[in-house]
Design a protein around this ligand. Structure first.
Ligand code: CAA
Ligand code: NAD
Length: 283
């Protein structure tokens, strides 16, 4: 099974990063989203990242131009008709994802592997929306994608060994480190990370300390590169809430109950850095 043409669906912060690393590794990449404006925003982010690398002398101007020439933005989901691998990076919502996977299953060639960058949702359930569950797999990149080395690889119940091996090897071609995890809510990364973030939000909600103090404690005391509230803003508060809901529902344990303050911010549309306001305000 040779992976040459890739389609990344969703040109948000994850999709743009994923498209960038595939294009840098030499793949032809279609980047799909619902509107031209979202595609332009994603392409602008990629260009900015590549230009920064050129300024730092880590990439030549020619390499940047070649990378950009391998990226093909489109609003047409039908563009999946000639790709070998799809990596889905749309909103963290099971209904929306299963509808998309059912459509991709109809349109994509028989051999195409359908991977999801979901942060927490069961791969087995996403796979069940298709007639090719053995070719559906989790490929969970970390944010910011061009920087972070880890990719969690999640097998659904039906994922074939061959598909697992192809995705494992493809991850290495991207210069990332694949780590195999089982299909449980939140996998490993978000089962551990997100309750910590949720607890930090409870700590703020209960008035234990200011947001700055909470972040300083974890940065200066535990050497985390970002405090948990800054990290929540960076990930997106909508995504954090979806992940906590998946953990809460999936395990049925109240220790995963999303903090009411998190719900309130999401209802207000304060989704973090991407909307200019979350726990902090961004210019
Ligand atoms: N996109 C691309 N590159 C970026 C970037 C971005 N958003 N932000 C920083 N970088 C690059 C910089 O260009 C720089 O590159 P070089 O080394 O080539 O010069 C490098 O990253 C370091 O950047 P800075 O020196 O400016 O800043 P920093 O040292 O503070 O690092 C950081 C920035 C890497 C983001 C760091 O703060 C960090 O590691 N934060 C925590 C990130 C984290 O925990 N990610 C996981 C989130 S959870 C997740 O992804 C899973 C999920 O499902 C929710
Ligand atoms: P985002 O909000 O930045 O981007 C999502 C993009 O998907 C938007 O541009 C939106 O227009 C597009 N989209 C929505 N529905 C679509 C559809 N049906 N077809 C095509 N495009 C569609 O979100 P994000 O932070 O990039 O997260 C995307 C996925 O990656 C989620 O599943 C999330 O859980 C996961 N993830 C997020 C992070 C993170 O730190 N933010 C880390 C790892 C994984």
């Amino acid at each position: 099974m040779e992976m040459k043409k890739v389609m990344v669906i969703g040109a948000g912060q994850m999709g743009a990063g994923i498209a960038q690393v595939f294009a840098m590794a030499g793949y032809e990449v279609k980047l799909q989203d619902l509107q031209e404006a979202f595609l332009q925003r994603g392409m602008k982010t990629i260009e900015k990242n590549l230009n920064r690398q050129v300024e730092k002398g880590k990439l030549s101007g020619e390499e940047r131009d070649q990378t950009l020439s391998r990226l093909h933005p489109t609003v047409e989901v039908e563009a999946v008709k000639d790709v070998d691998l799809v990596v889905e990076a749309i909103v963290e919502n099971m209904d929306v994802k299963t509808k998309l996977f059912a459509k991709l299953d109809e349109l994509a060639p028989e051999h195409t592997i359908l991977a999801s960058n979901t942060s927490s949702l069961p791969i087995t359930e996403i796979a069940a929306a298709t007639k090719r569950p053995e070719q559906v797999i989790g490929m969970h990149f970390m944010n910011p994608v061009p920087v972070m080395k880890l990719v969690e690889i999640i097998r659904g119940l039906a994922t074939s060994e061959e598909v697992y091996q192809v995705i494992y090897e493809t991850t290495k071609v991207l210069n990332k480190v694949p780590v195999e995890v089982n299909d449980f809510p939140g996998f490993v990364s978000n089962r551990i990370l997100m309750p910590m973030i949720n607890e930090a939000i409870y700590t703020l909600y209960e008035g234990v300390a200011t947001k700055e103090a909470i972040d300083d404690v974890m940065k200066l005391g535990m050497n985390h590169p970002m405090g948990p509230l800054t990290l929540a803003d960076f990930i997106g508060l909508d995504t954090c809430l979806y992940i906590m809901e998946t953990l809460h529902e999936g395990f049925g344990d109240d220790k995963y109950r999303p903090c009411p303050l998190l719900r309130k911010y999401v209802k207000a549309g304060w989704l973090g850095k991407k909307t200019g306001r979350g726990f902090y305000v961004y210019e």
